[in-house]
Design a protein around this ligand. Structure first.
Ligand code: NAD
Ligand code: ZN
Ligand code: ZN
Length: 390
């Protein structure tokens, strides 16, 4: 089959690889009908996350048709149309029983590597480093789906691929980020990053009852989508001081909750940016946590900082003093996607949201290298790329 594989910094190639096989009775094989490129894939494309190996198949946002099932699979049969969650979860461990699916204890065969970095390992993730399991990803014609009964949701015929594909990751991710803000009537929620995750966090904040939502970015086309399609107010951080502007907008209180939908590769102007880039280049700091710094400083006292943005390791100049003295609540995590499958499919089905609003580019799987390039460089007004294997 054809698959989009990682070969190094800014080097992905669609090559022929062996077809996946059932390895365990709980597996299914899914023939991919649609797959997407995530902001998290850009961290791999920029070679910032360790333990990728040349030839690894990328991709953790995908859906398609079940073409083969292992003997222990109960819920699925050949021909079912499914979306697959990006965390791989067993359904039975301490964490899965509490629906904390991205923390599953049983799905990362290389947990010992992640434990060195994090103390404990999160769940295995498709196409996302050997530290997180070395699983083949779904930017391919076929994929092996372990624990298929737990990690899939069946899709009714009346919904298109584009409406449901993002149940695999970014819609639940934005939604969980907003849910983590414990939104009360009248609340103002500020969201750093108007990428796909930021867009879903903003939309979800409104769905969960926020009164005002403010999106922060520097790309006018992304801010326009937030303004026109979501009704968010927007701040261009290159044109004004973010902290001052947020204080002006909130009568000096600050937003009730701040969402960092930027993560480890924040664009950071000025002296502090040079500091982060130099330290990151010398491997003295793994991330550029500038959106997080601003979010902590701007958040109102007693508010919540919610972090869907991915961080990899050890970061500098995080204002913990502000966090403590302002009594902030901190919420984060890889998304517990399976927990959100049913309620969010319902919201799509009843027309509260059509997640396809983020799609700007549709391409054949073979064009994945072009897609990565456009998405990374924000060229051609690219917000989200969907790839279609033939
Ligand atoms: P993206 O790269 O398209 O979007 C990031 C946006 O942040 C861009 O529009 C960029 O201009 C903006 N930005 C950069 N620096 C900024 C700054 N200093 N202030 C404000 N905005 C700034 O990526 P995405 O797909 O939207 O993903 C966003 C983050 O969410 C990534 O870190 C990704 O890894 C993470 N993510 C996490 C999960 C999870 O399970 N927690 C799931 C999916 C994605
Ligand atoms: Zn993702
Ligand atoms: Zn589990």
């Amino acid at each position: 089959m054809k698959a989009n594989c990682w070969f190094g910094k800014h080097d992905v190639q669609v090559v022929d690889v062996p077809d996946p096989k059932i390895l365990n009775q709980h597996d299914t094989i899914v023939k991919i009908s649609s797959t997407a490129i995530c902001g998290s894939d850009l961290h791999l494309y920029n070679a910032l996350v360790p333990t990728m190996e040349k030839g690894d198949i990328l991709g953790h946002e995908f859906m398609g048709e079940v073409v083969e099932t292992g003997g222990a699979v109960k819920k699925l049969k050949t021909g079912d149309r499914v979306v697959v969650s990006f965390p791989i979860s067993c359904g039975n461990c301490f964490f899965c029983q509490r629906e904390l699916f991205s923390l599953c204890e049983n799905t990362n065969p290389n947990a010992w590597i992640a434990e060195k970095f994090f103390g404990h390992s999160p769940a295995g993730i498709y196409g996302y480093t050997h530290m997180l399991g070395g699983f083949a990803g779904g930017q391919a014609q076929y994929v092996r789906v372990p624990f298929a009964d737990v990690g899939t949701i069946k899709i009714p015929e009346n919904l298109s691929d584009e409406q449901v594909l993002f149940l695999s990751d970014i819609f639940p991710t934005g939604y969980m980020a907003a849910e983590n803000c414990n939104i009360q009537p009248g609340d103002t929620i500020a969201v750093w990053g108007c990428g796909p995750v930021g867009q879903f966090a903003m939309k979800s904040a409104f769905l969960l009852g926020a009164e005002r939502v403010v999106g922060i970015d520097r790309f006018p086309y992304r801010m326009d989508i937030a303004r026109k399609k979501i009704d968010a107010e927007v701040i261009n951080y290159e044109e004004c001081d973010v902290y001052e502007t947020l204080m002006d907008m909130t009568g000096g209180l600050g937003p009730d909750a701040c969402i960092d939908a930027v993560g480890m590769e924040a664009h950071v102007p000025g002296v502090i940016g040079a500091y982060d880039r130099a330290k990151q280049a010398m491997m003295l700091e793994t991330d550029r946590p500038h959106a997080l710094r601003q979010a902590i400083l701007a958040c109102r006292k007693g508010g919540t900082v919610s972090v869907p943005g991915v961080y990899g390791g050890f970061d500098d100049k995080i204002p913990l003093g502000a966090m403590m003295n302002k009594a902030l609540t901190f919420k984060t995590g890889q998304t517990h996607v399976q927990h959100y499958f049913e309620p969010l499919l319902k919201r799509i089905g009843n027309g509260e949201i059509d997640p396809s609003f983020v799609i700007t580019h549709r391409m054949a799987l073979e064009d994945a290298p072009t897609g990565y390039d456009l998405f990374l460089n924000k060229e051609n007004d690219c917000l989200k790329v969907v790839l279609k294997p033939q």
